[in-house]
Design a protein around this ligand. Structure first.
Ligand SMILES: Nc1ncnc2c1ncn2[C@@H]1O[C@H](COP(=O)(O)OP(=O)(O)O)[C@@H](O)[C@H]1O
Ligand SMILES: [Mg+2]
Length: 261
């Protein structure tokens, strides 16, 4: 279906998400709305527990809205599908009994009719894109956390999803690896221009990676402010970067005094 009139490629409208646990209701997000254009890098930024992961799971089709709706390319999201793919924070998202290459081959062949040989050469090209060509035959337990996240990103590209959803994918990495992964992700985006929804609680990461930042309040998450940015080419020491960081910190602090940067 084509885009409807004034809506974005991915439209989150008045989304309230709740968990029912043993008799009581936890409201994870309240009345959250934002839209994502094709090829945008949208960041959901907010403190721990504000419902970022829950929003991503709802976009993934794993959680049904209590109120509101999610539209992808004009169609309501009702269940999971290969048009949306995930990279999670945890490093155990690959099939442990398959090599890096075979993990990607498996993803390709789950979604498309393609010969094993063609899938293998496509997978090899994708591993090269994420600088892992030498580790094609390694198994997940033989790879570092950063390498496993690279395989997970390559797998998303293999699925040719309309939207890639990343839930704090670099949060468990050491600072240097994290920075390297952010640079590589931007390089990949420059080549492929995929639509990205990226969750983080790091203001630096949000500024580095985003074209737009949606700031969420503490639990239950509501949208505080939305900002257009594109400072991805700037170093974090650049005055413009520092000024934006201060502005975002102020906004988040105004809504929660103990926000940890
Ligand atoms: N499976 C669950 N059952 C009940 N409550 C949950 C569940 N998962 C998350 N929550 C609650 O929903 C809120 C939002 O959680 P989450 O989306 O994980 O936040 P974030 O990713 O921003 O840290 C939190 O209060 C959390 O305790
Ligand atoms: Mg989370």
């Amino acid at each position: 279906m084509s885009d409807t009139n004034q809506s974005g490629f991915l439209e989150v409208r008045n989304l309230t998400l709740q968990y029912k646990t043993s008799g009581f209701l936890v409201t994870a997000t309240h009345d959250v709305s934002f839209s994502v254009e094709k090829g945008e890098r949208l960041i959901l930024l907010g403190p721990s527990g504000c419902g970022k992961s829950t929003i991503l799971k709802a976009i993934g089709g794993f959680i049904k809205p209590s109120r509101g709706s999610i539209l992808l390319n004009g169609s309501e999201v009702k269940k999971p599908g290969f048009d949306r793919s995930f990279v999670f924070q945890e490093f155990d998202q690959l099939l442990p009994w398959k090599s890096a290459l075979e993990n990607i081959v498996f993803a390709i062949r789950s979604t498309r009719k393609i010969s094993k040989e063609d899938a293998r050469s496509e997978a090899r090209a994708l591993l090269k894109k994420v600088n892992l060509q030498k580790f094609a035959d390694s198994y997940p337990h033989e790879l570092s956390g950063g390498m496993k996240q690279r395989v997970a990103i390559a797998r998303c590209l293999a699925l040719k999803s309309k939207v890639i959803l990343m839930d704090e994918p670099f949060a468990s990495l050491d600072a240097l690896t994290r920075q390297k992964m952010q640079e590589e992700l931007l390089e990949l985006w420059n080549e492929t221009q995929f639509t990205l929804v990226f969750v983080t609680h790091s203001i630096d990461e949000a500024i580095t990676l985003g074209t737009r930042i949606v700031m969420l309040s503490p639990h239950p998450g509501e949208v505080i402010e939305e900002l257009e940015v594109d400072l991805s080419a700037l170093a974090s020491s650049h005055p413009e970067f520092a000024a934006l960081k201060e502005r975002i910190s102020d906004t988040l602090f105004r809504n929660r005094l103990d926000y940890v940067i």
